[in-house]
Design a protein around this ligand. Structure first.
Ligand code: PRP
Ligand code: ADE
Length: 176
C-alpha cells in the first residue's frame, strides 16, 4: 500500500464545521488529528523538519499552538515559549492586538522570556488571515528574538494569511 502523505492524513482526519463560531465561517477542527497517535507524531515531526538545527526556542500561540509547540520542543530537545492571550502573564509584557476571521484579540509575551538573539520557531495549528502569526512575530522581534520560521498544520489559502507575513519562511503541512 502506498504511504499516505501528510496532507492526505490531515485531510482524512480534520473535521470541517460550517458556520462555526459564526455564520459564514468554515471552521477547521484539528482535534481529531491531535487525538490520533500516528497522526499526532507525524504532524509534530513534519512541522519541525525543515527547520531542524536552526532554532533555540519554539513558540506556541495560545491555545492550539501550545499543543504543537510543547510536543515539538520535547521532541527536539529545545525549550518552549508561551505567547498568551491578554491578561495571563504575571511579569513585564509586550502586547499586540489584531483582527481574526471571527473577532479581535490581543497577544502578549514576557520580555524576559526571550534572551536577545534567541532564534525562535513559531508554531500554530491554522494560518487563516495571518493576524495571529503577524502579531506573534512582531512580539518576538520587539523582545529581541529572531524569528527563523513559522510552521502550521493547515493554511486557509483563500484568507491570504501568507500575504501578511512577507519574507517569512512558512512551512504548512496542508493547504485548503
Ligand atoms: O490567521 P488568523 O486569522 O489569525 O487565525 C488563526 C488563529 O485562529 C485560531 O485561534 P483562536 O484565536 O481562535 O484561538 P484558540 O486557539 O484559543 O481557539 C487558530 O488556532 C490560530 O491561532
Ligand atoms: N476557519 C478557521 N478554522 C480554524 N481555525 C481558525 N482560525 C481562524 N479561522 C479559522
Amino acid at each position: 500500500m502506498e504511504t499516505e502523505s501528510i496532507s492526505q492524513l490531515i485531510d482524512r482526519l480534520a473535521a470541517v464545521v460550517p458556520d462555526y463560531p459564526e455564520p459564514g465561517v468554515s471552521f477547521k477542527d484539528l482535534t481529531p488529528v491531535f487525538a490520533d497517535p500516528v497522526g499526532f507524531r507525524r504532524i509534530v515531526d513534519s512541522i519541525v523538519d525543515p527547520f531542524r538545527g536552526t532554532f533555540d526556542l519554539i513558540a506556541g500561540l495560545e491555545a492550539r499552538g501550545f499543543i504543537l509547540a510543547s510536543a515539538a520542543a520535547y521532541a527536539t530537545g529545545t525549550g518552549m515559549l508561551t505567547i498568551r492571550k491578554k491578561g495571563k502573564l504575571p511579569r513585564e509584557i509586550l502586547a499586540e492586538s489584531y483582527q481574526l476571521e471571527y473577532g479581535e484579540a490581543t497577544l502578549e509575551v514576557q520580555r524576559d522570556d526571550i534572551p536577545s538573539g534567541t532564534r525562535v520557531l513559531v508554531l500554530d495549528d491554522v494560518l487563516a488571515t495571518g493576524g495571529t502569526l503577524n502579531a506573534s512575530t512582531k512580539l518576538i522581534e520587539r523582545a529581541g528574538g529572531v524569528v527563523v520560521g513559522i510552521g502550521v498544520v493547515m493554511e486557509l489559502e483563500d484568507l491570504g494569511g501568507r500575504g501578511r507575513l512577507p519574507g517569512r519562511h512558512i512551512h504548512s503541512l496542508s493547504a485548503v
